[in-house]
Design a protein around this ligand. Structure first.
Ligand code: DOR
Ligand code: ZN
Length: 360
């Protein structure tokens, strides 16, 4: 048995408000605990999107009633809400996990096309609170330029390409305040499903995700440059299996219940070390996102137990996983959160409402 700190996932989509048939704070934070994660930061591309005091209250009220683990809620950058240092908006950044900027197109309505719309957000959002950018390829290069110009940190979500990890490396070497995360699906899957065929029944609709799955060459570059990567994050983006198999499949994979077993399997294969895993799933996200201590909090893992990933055994409401049937090594047995056994042997024991807002 190994003992890990309560793990942090700084990038999840819990679909509340607006799409609770996919997930809500109840099912999503249950999935988190089952996956060894005790703190999640929720993204704002909900319906409606979270972008002002009223919509932030909507999400936080739901979370307060329903969350089983600790949480924070991002606000989204829109064309009309960049006056973060004025009037009614001034109090918001301290109540939010951070500011999410959608600079490339993806699921939901939040998107900032014109760089002139980025400027006031970089200028006005408090420098001690995180900005996270969904920015791919050259858009990512632009986001890093903004961090340099405004001399403030930016965290790049879900990097997937060789050119991205190499540019972040170069930017870090020059002292630009950029950090980044990578998702398990960009480490374990490539667009041609090299190496494992189509075991998971990954039809084109189920493979839709943003950023898209990349080439094996990109995947290799991420593994070769793990020292450049600050965090592992799931980008847990549940859509139901019916939606994924429809004519218009939305992009996104669930990931909360598979990140830790996949990475522990990589540890057992010496592709990763346990201290690296702890750094990227606890120490670094805690620092980058200014997160409080969770006292008396830990995860117990049976590192020798092998098992098969099965969507049918998961807490996420979406009912599928791209890793169906994968054999993994390392099972979460027990999660203790703030002194209480919150998960043990497949059962959620922390009640809905036990989770705390990390910004309270
Ligand atoms: O695949 C994705 N799904 N990428 C995103 O950026 C958004 C997410 C979602 O919300 O479904
Ligand atoms: Zn996302």
């Amino acid at each position: 048995m190994i003992k890990l700190p309560g793990l942090i996932d700084p990038h999840v989509h819990l679909r509340e408000p607006g799409a609770t048939h996919k997930e809500d704070f109840d099912s999503g934070t249950s999935a988190a605990l089952a996956g060894g994660i005790t703190l999640v930061l929720a993204m704002p591309n909900t319906k409606p999107p979270i972008f002002d005091a009223d919509t932030l209250d909507l999400a936080l009220d739901a979370a307060k009633q329903k969350a089983h683990c600790d949480y924070g809620q991002f606000v989204g950058a829109g064309p009309d809400n960049a006056d973060w240092n004025e009037g009614k908006r001034k109090a918001l950044p301290q109540r939010a996990a951070g500011l999410k900027m959608y600079l490339d197109s993806t699921f939901g309505e939040l998107r900032l096309d014109d760089m002139s719309l980025w400027m006031p957000h970089f200028e006005n959002y408090p420098k001690n609170m995180p900005i996270v950018a969904h920015s791919e390829s050259r858009t990512m290069a632009a986001a890093i330029l903004f961090a340099a110009i405004y001399d403030r940190p930016v965290h790049i979500a879900h990097i997937s390409l060789k050119e991205e990890v190499l540019l972040i490396k170069a930017a870090k070497e020059r002292g630009i305040k950029v950090t980044c995360e990578v998702c398990p699906h960009h480490l374990f899957l490539d667009k041609d499903l090299t190496g494992f065929g189509n075991l998971s029944g990954l039809t084109p609709g189920r493979m839709e995700v943003r950023p898209r799955l990349a080439t094996q060459n990109d995947v290799d570059a991420l593994w070769a440059n793990l020292d450049v990567i600050d965090c592992f994050a799931t980008d847990h983006a549940p859509h139901t299996i019916e939606e994924k198999d429809s004519d218009n499949p939305p992009p996104g994979f669930p990931g909360l219940e598979t990140i830790l077993p996949l990475l522990l399997t990589a540890v057992s294969e010496s592709r990763l070390t346990l201290p690296d895993l702890i750094q990227k799933m606890y120490t670094n996200p805690k620092k980058i996102f200014n997160l409080p201590d969770q006292p008396e909090t830990w995860v117990e893992v049976d590192e020798d137990q092998t098992y098969e990933i099965k969507a049918a055994e998961q807490f996420t409401r979406c009912n599928w996983t791209p890793f169906e049937g994968w054999k993994v090594k390392g099972k979460v047995r027990k999660v203790v959160l703030r002194g209480k056994t919150a998960f043990e042997d497949g059962k959620i024991l922390a009640p809905a409402g036990y989770g705390r807002n990390v910004r309270d």
